[in-house]
Design a protein around this ligand. Structure first.
Ligand SMILES: *[C@@H]1O[C@H](CO)[C@@H](O)[C@H](O)[C@H]1NC(C)=O
Ligand SMILES: *[C@@H]1O[C@H](CO)[C@@H](O)[C@H](O)[C@H]1NC(C)=O
Ligand SMILES: *[C@@H]1O[C@H](CO)[C@@H](O)[C@H](O)[C@H]1NC(C)=O
Ligand SMILES: *[C@@H]1O[C@H](CO)[C@@H](O)[C@H](O)[C@H]1NC(C)=O
Ligand SMILES: *[C@@H]1O[C@H](CO)[C@@H](O)[C@H](O)[C@H]1NC(C)=O
Ligand SMILES: *[C@@H]1O[C@H](CO)[C@@H](O)[C@H](O)[C@H]1NC(C)=O
Length: 235
């Protein structure tokens, strides 16, 4: 179950950053220098060409509540479609944002507040997270949704026999876990994510066996074309 918490933590970090409206940023605990540098990046046409920040902000602001997005499968799929229909942001774009963030927000970073940690985690995790977030299963559904459905079904049926292995040891989760772990192997994570990743490794190794974490990613992330094609049939 720690693995699920890990995924949800990442997901929530991701969504939380998205939901910060510009107004919230300016009244937040960030210094004005940091806040304006972050806002400028999030609102830039370069970033919005590969991550639909402005679109998601209005989508989320117009939803009745954040809770309704997190619990509505239809709304989650719509968020997934918005993110996955765009090409992935280049490493250099994210790395430029990191440099700006490190220089304009150095005082904020030193204070360890949750807002700066969230931005830091976002920068760190963007690449493998974008890959995992857009993974699709053999029938064309998003893996993230499949896992959430599996958790729900397991809970509704009230049967906790082998719940962990049924929910955890799926092809989707193997693809997600190895995508994240392969990235973490080559990029040392910040300490909060490092702890979570140790739990993840131990839990999955015990529950699903050592071959689960062999580094293989058995599914591939969607390309922009495939998602647009899928969407035209879904609507
Ligand atoms: C975001 O960018 C658009 C133009 O690309 C601009 O009109 C708008 O004022 C910007 N918003 C903020 C909050 O910076
Ligand atoms: C910030 O967090 C780091 C690591 O968790 C810690 O070593 C440091 O003392 C913290 N700084 C402040 C100002 O809380
Ligand atoms: C961001 O910059 C810091 C400081 O230069 C560096 O330690 C970190 O690895 C960078 N993160 C990413 C994801 O590039
Ligand atoms: C694929 O994922 C969707 C949710 O995105 C799920 O409803 C469907 O059952 C999954 N297919 C398989 C074969 O598990
Ligand atoms: C639980 O899983 C183990 C190993 O995966 C299997 O041998 C056992 O038959 C399963 N038990 C039930 C009740 O499904
Ligand atoms: C999984 O567990 C086995 C035996 O307990 C251990 O040898 C192996 O190194 C572990 N693999 C990972 C990826 O942690």
């Amino acid at each position: 179950m720690k693995y699920l918490r890990f995924i949800l933590h990442l997901f929530i970090t991701f969504i939380t950053l998205i939901t910060k409206s510009y107004a919230q940023f300016s009244t937040s605990s960030l210094s004005s220098q940091c806040s304006s540098a972050v806002q400028t990046f999030l609102n830039s046409s370069e970033f919005n060409a590969c991550f639909p920040y402005n679109k998601l902000t209005s989508q989320i602001n117009s939803a009745t509540s954040f809770q309704s997005i997190a619990t509505s499968e239809k709304q989650l799929i719509s968020v997934e479609d918005s993110v996955c229909s765009l090409p992935k942001c280049s490493d250099s774009l994210i790395s430029n944002f990191n440099s700006t963030f490190q220089s304009k927000c150095s005082d904020d970073i030193a204070k360890n507040n949750t807002e700066t940690m969230g931005i830091y985690d976002f920068i760190y995790v963007y690449s493998p997270f974008r890959d995992s977030f857009c993974l699709k299963n053999s029938t064309g559904g998003y893996c993230v949704i499949e896992t959430l459905e599996n958790i729900e079904n397991a809970q509704i049926q009230g049967s906790y026999t082998n719940l962990s292995s049924k929910v955890l040891c799926t092809t989707c989760n193997k693809a997600i876990a190895n995508t994240l772990l392969n990235y973490m192997k080559s990029h040392p994570p910040p300490s909060d994510l490092s702890t979570a990743s140790t739990f993840l490794t131990t839990e999955l190794n015990q529950t699903c066996g050592p071959s689960f974490l062999d580094g293989n990613v058995p599914l591939s992330a969607t390309s922009a074309g495939v998602t647009i094609f899928d969407m035209s049939f879904a609507t």
